[in-house]
Design a protein around this ligand. Structure first.
Ligand SMILES: *Cc1c(COP(=O)(O)O)cnc(C)c1O
Length: 227
């Protein structure tokens, strides 16, 4: 038995957390602020999905990790339009598509690059000055145009509840997101079906899973506090 203090990102711990989550839920390890070595540790523990917030930080780590060729890269942070080209080039998933303008730009770039990234539409179902995203009303208005973006695979919603909510209120945000996905699917759009819900972080992922999350994004729980 090894009684020495566990490092903050131990492979055993990561594997234990993965095993405690339903296997149908995709676990995205959020490695912003952590070095490429943390990704190697989680990779060795079986994780293949990694989330980054900033393009340049992600590109630097991707360059160091080229030998790990079966990683699925997720962009989860707000994307500035001048970084959109790189986002399409370097990510399999973009969770943080938060405006029609950005979606249209990504679609054009995807066409140019011959790529078809999977996309989540970021929604903001409660007021939150620190977050981007569609309200339910504006998203429903924009759906006919989003449905025409042939080069994006728009297949999910991402939600981040405001930090100051209690558990019951947080659960309700996740449930509202689930319901919004159901309402969108009832429109039977030919090119836009919500099959994924990207919701749940270290502080609230059990509530998100309870409400039907299919992808949780965990940073601190896996790797310890960011400095
Ligand atoms: C940082 C971040 C996470 C992970 O947050 P933790 O609290 O470290 O689990 C998830 N999603 C987004 C969009 C983030 O920016």
């Amino acid at each position: 038995m090894n009684h020495s203090a566990a490092p903050s990102a131990s492979g055993d711990r990561i594997a234990q957390i993965r095993a405690s989550i339903p296997s149908s839920v995709r676990l995205i390890a959020v490695t912003k602020g952590f070095p490429a070595a943390a990704i190697r540790t989680a990779y060795a523990a079986g994780i293949r999905d990694f989330g980054e917030n900033r393009i340049q930080e992600a590109l630097d780590k991707q360059a160091e990790l080229q030998d790990l060729s079966d990683i699925t890269w997720h962009l989860i942070g707000h994307l500035q339009s001048n970084k959109a080209t790189k986002a399409v080039e370097s990510f399999d998933w973009i969770h943080s598509v938060d405006s029609l303008k950005l979606a249209e730009r990504l679609d054009r770039l995807a066409a140019e690059q011959g790529r078809s990234p999977k996309v989540c539409l970021q929604v903001k179902l409660r007021p939150d000055p620190s977050k981007y995203g569609w309200s339910a009303e504006t998203l429903l208005q924009d759906l006919p145009i989003l449905n025409q973006l042939q080069h994006l695979k728009i297949c999910g919603l991402m939600a981040i509840p405001p930090l100051n909510l209690d558990d019951a209120e947080t659960l309700m945000v996740f449930q509202d997101t689930y319901q919004l996905g159901q309402s969108i699917n009832q429109l039977n759009l030919n090119n836009l079906q919500i099959q994924e819900l990207s919701m749940g972080m270290s502080a609230d992922y059990p509530l998100a899973i309870q409400a039907g999350s299919t992808m949780i994004r965990l940073g601190r729980l896996l790797f310890g506090e960011r400095t």
